[in-house]
Design a binder for this molecule. Structure first.
Ligand SMILES: [Cu+2]
Length: 272
C-alpha cells in the first residue's frame, strides 16, 4: 500500500536512497498534517457558534507567534540537513563489485566532466544513451576504429552486468526526450547538444522497465525502454554476440549495396 504512494525503488542504491528520503519527509509531513487538522477540527467543534454566545476577542499572542515561527524554521532546517546528508549517496556512484570491476573501464581521464560523477576508483561501464524519435539506442564501449565507429550497440533493451557501476551519458539526436527507469533512480532529460549523466548499479538479475518521459512527438507513447541485468559472464557473451550480429548485418548491407550498384550501373555508390 505504501509503495503506491512512494517512488519506485529496489533496482539501484540511488533509487533506494531517493525512496527512503521521500518516506522520511512523508512521515514528518503526515505528523504535521494530522496535528494541524486535529487542532482545526477540535476548534471547529469545541468553539462552534452558539446562540447568544460572544466569542473571545483575541489580538495576537507574541509567545505563540515566536513559537510557531521557530518550530517551522527548525523543521525546515532538519529537512535540509537530512536531504544534504542523503544527496551524496544519490549523486555519487559506489565502486563495482569484484566481478563487475573487470568489465568497468578506467574512465577518469577520458570522461573528465564536472557533471559526470564517477565511482571512487573511477571505474565504470560507460554507456551512451541516445534518444531519437522513437527509440532508445545504447552504445557500449569497444569502438575498434579511431573515429569511434564500430562500437557495439543495442536498441530499446539495454543489457548490463550485475554488481557493476554503469555510468550513463544521455544525449539526443533530434528533440528532447527523457530517460526514466523508475526502479533505477531519477529521471534525466536527453537534450540535443547537451549531455546529462546518471548511473545505476543493479545487484540482482532482472528486467527493469521504463519509457520516454517527455512528450517527444506522435510516437512518444511507444518509446519504451528496458534494462536487463544479467551476471557478468552472461553479459560478456551477449556483447560478443551483439558485435558479431552487427558485423554480419554490415557485411550483408555492403553486399546488397554493391549488387545494387552493379545493377543500376551506379558503380560510384560510396561504401561507408
Ligand atoms: Cu517521448
Amino acid at each position: 500500500m505504501l509503495a503506491f504512494f512512494t517512488p519506485e525503488s529496489g533496482g539501484s542504491p540511488n533509487a533506494n536512497q531517493i525512496d527512503s528520503l521521500y518516506k522520511i519527509l512523508l512521515a514528518i509531513a503526515l505528523v504535521i498534517f494530522v496535528a494541524v487538522m486535529g487542532a482545526l477540527i477540535y476548534a471547529l467543534i469545541r468553539f462552534r457558534a452558539r446562540k447568544g454566545a460572544v466569542p473571545a476577542q483575541i489580538r495576537g499572542n507574541t509567545r505563540l507567534e515566536i513559537g510557531w515561527t521557530t518550530a517551522a524554521a527548525v523543521i525546515l532546517v532538519a529537512l535540509a540537513v537530512l536531504t544534504f546528508a542523503k544527496l551524496s549517496s544519490i549523486e555519487n556512484p559506489p565502486n563495482s563489485g569484484p566481478e563487475g570491476d573487470a568489465l568497468a573501464s578506467d574512465s577518469g581521464a577520458l570522461l573528465a566532466s564536472a557533471d559526470r560523477k564517477l565511482p571512487p576508483n573511477s571505474k565504470a561501464l560507460d554507456i551512451t544513451v541516445i534518444g531519437r524519435q522513437y527509440i532508445w539506442q545504447y552504445v557500449y564501449p569497444g569502438a575498434n576504429e579511431p573515429d569511434g565507429l564500430g562500437a557495439p550497440y543495442s536498441y530499446q533493451r539495454m543489457v548490463v552486468p550485475t554488481n557493476t557501476t554503469v555510468s550513463l551519458d544521455i544525449v539526443s539526436s533530434d528533440v528532447v526526450h527523457a530517460w526514466w527507469i523508475p526502479e533505477l533512480g531519477g529521471k534525466f532529460q536527453a537534450v540535443p547538444g547537451y549531455h546529462n549523466y546518471t548511473w545505476f548499479k543493479i545487484s540482482k538479475p532482472g528486467v527493469y522497465r521504463g519509457q520516454c518521459a517527455f512528450l517527444c512527438g506522435r510516437g512518444h507513447a511507444r518509446m519504451i525502454a528496458e534494462v536487463k541485468a544479467v551476471p557478468p559472464a552472461q553479459f560478456d557473451a551477449w556483447l560478443a554476440n551483439q558485435k558479431q550480429l552487427i558485423a554480419e548485418a554490415n557485411a550483408a548491407a555492403h553486399l546488397a549495396r554493391a549488387k545494387l550498384g552493379a545493377q543500376t550501373g551506379a558503380g560510384q555508390v560510396e561504401s561507408p
